[in-house]
Design a protein around this ligand. Structure first.
Ligand code: ACO
Length: 392
């Protein structure tokens, strides 16, 4: 198979270079108001507020990770790195990695079972399953595999692909289906086997990632359901994408040509046959993007939700790097104790990271009825999104 360049990257040059962040692409810290009243503008805020008559209540969470632990010391045997470099630059000390023969569906299914159990919902009650993943067991989609394993026979199921923002995108998608009246009970899963996507000889990336799954159940509530007079469920959100910067973080399809076809009948036909590359990332560019994107998207989502940052009880942000979590809490002016962190134990599990951290926060008994939770994801695409949910 001859391979000849990536098909997916908008700007492959930016993967390796020291390209500075173009001024026009730096997201503003404060949300801009569109003159047309577009996304994030006053009209969108009004629309979200008036359409909010069916609350999408968050009623259960669950998670599941592989047993095998790979420590930083273990990685010292694979690539030229050190426990000190990894933990001081990222906060990561170990991660969970699937063994050969294990598959993502089993972890996604177990996380889902736990979330359904907490919600008191049987699989047959689920109307829709959304699986956020970039590494499904079947590239046609992994959601149906989970549906089958759960026995959720009445559910429609499909995948959501938005890398590390996938779970937030899934939550927002579920919320809108519930608000439309089409579905009552939606299972949202974030699951990734990043060990499948990384190049285990590349020290720039392989030290960052791990495997895991988390899930949440959203359910239509009674109109105006509230705790202490405060509306519960999904209160507001904001999503953004910037495809022009796709090249900063990719697992591209590399085009190639089927040799046997072109040589067998010279020039008669050509068949493309390539393969997906391992993960490529311009770490410092993604870092700069993330420290701006998280406060920006949470500020915009808070405005849409009609909540104040000071009133948020828990921030559950994508777990990519402790320095990004710290920078986000500094910029938002929020107490670091309110920002969930499990990076030390799991590393970056992509779409799984937010539901995994959410489930740990819930099961630790920290989340009480009426508590306000702010979630934000960011990553490949580039994509980023924020959502506010009140528990209860
Ligand atoms: N061990 C030892 N040295 C290393 C390693 C390693 N594992 N990796 C890189 N280095 C070296 C580099 O080669 C470089 O050496 P040089 O100065 O001689 O060239 C030096 O360490 C510094 O490298 P930087 O890339 O500048 O290190 P930085 O402080 O930026 O940290 C990191 C790198 C951790 C990747 C950081 O940039 C980061 O966290 N970026 C964000 C990643 C992210 O958030 N991804 C989220 C999205 S994931 C998704 O959507 C799937």
């Amino acid at each position: 198979m001859a391979r000849s360049g990536a098909n997916c990257s908008a700007s492959t040059a930016s993967q390796s270079g020291n390209a500075s962040w173009p001024r026009t692409l730096v997201p503003p810290l404060r949300p801009r108001r569109s003159r047309r009243g577009g996304a994030g503008g006053p009209q969108a805020t009004r629309l979200q507020a008036t359409a909010h008559h069916i609350p999408s209540r968050l009623v259960g969470t669950g998670s599941s990770v592989p047993q095998q632990t790979l420590t930083n010391r273990d990685l010292e045997k694979l690539v030229e790195t050190s426990d000190d470099w990894i933990s001081s630059r990222t906060g990561i000390r170990e991660r969970r990695v699937m063994t050969p023969g294990q598959n993502l569906t089993e972890f996604a299914t177990e996380a889902s079972r736990r979330a359904l159990e907490m919600a008191g919902v049987v699989p047959e009650e689920v109307d829709l399953i959304l699986l956020a993943t970039s590494s499904p067991d079947d590239s046609f989609g992994g959601a149906c595999l989970v549906q089958g394993a759960l026995g959720a026979t009445n559910a429609a199921a499909f995948d959501v692909t938005a890398a590390c923002s996938g779970f937030v995108v899934g939550m927002i998608t579920a919320h809108n289906y519930i608000q439309s009246g089409q579905f009552k009970t939606v299972l949202v899963i974030g699951a990734d086997a990043m060990s499948r996507l990384v190049d285990w000889t590349d020290r720039n990336t392989c030290i960052l990632f791990g495997d895991g799954a988390g899930a949440a159940v959203l359910q239509a509530g009674e109109e105006n359901a509230s705790v202490d007079g405060k509306k519960v469920g999904v209160l507001g959100y904001k999503l953004r994408s910037r495809g022009a910067d796709n090249g900063k973080l990719t697992t591209c399809y590399m085009s190639g040509e089927l040799q046997s076809a072109s040589t067998a009948s010279e020039g008669a036909f050509k068949i493309g046959q390539g393969a997906y590359e391992s993960l490529h990332m311009n770490g410092s560019e993604v870092f700069k993007f993330a420290v701006r994107a998280v406060p920006e998207i949470l500020t915009a989502a808070a405005e849409n939700a009609g909540v104040e940052m000071a009133d948020v009880d828990h921030f559950v942000l994508h777990q990519a790097n402790q320095r990004i979590l710290d920078a986000a809490s500094d910029r938002l002016g929020v107490d670091k104790d309110k920002v969930a962190s499990n990076l030390a134990r799991y590393g970056n599990t992509s779409a799984a990271s937010i539901p995994l951290a959410l489930d740990e926060t819930v099961r630790a008994g920290k989340v009480q009825p009426g508590h306000l939770i702010g979630m934000a994801g960011f990553g490949a695409g580039l994509t980023w999104g924020g959502v506010f949910v009140r528990w209860g």
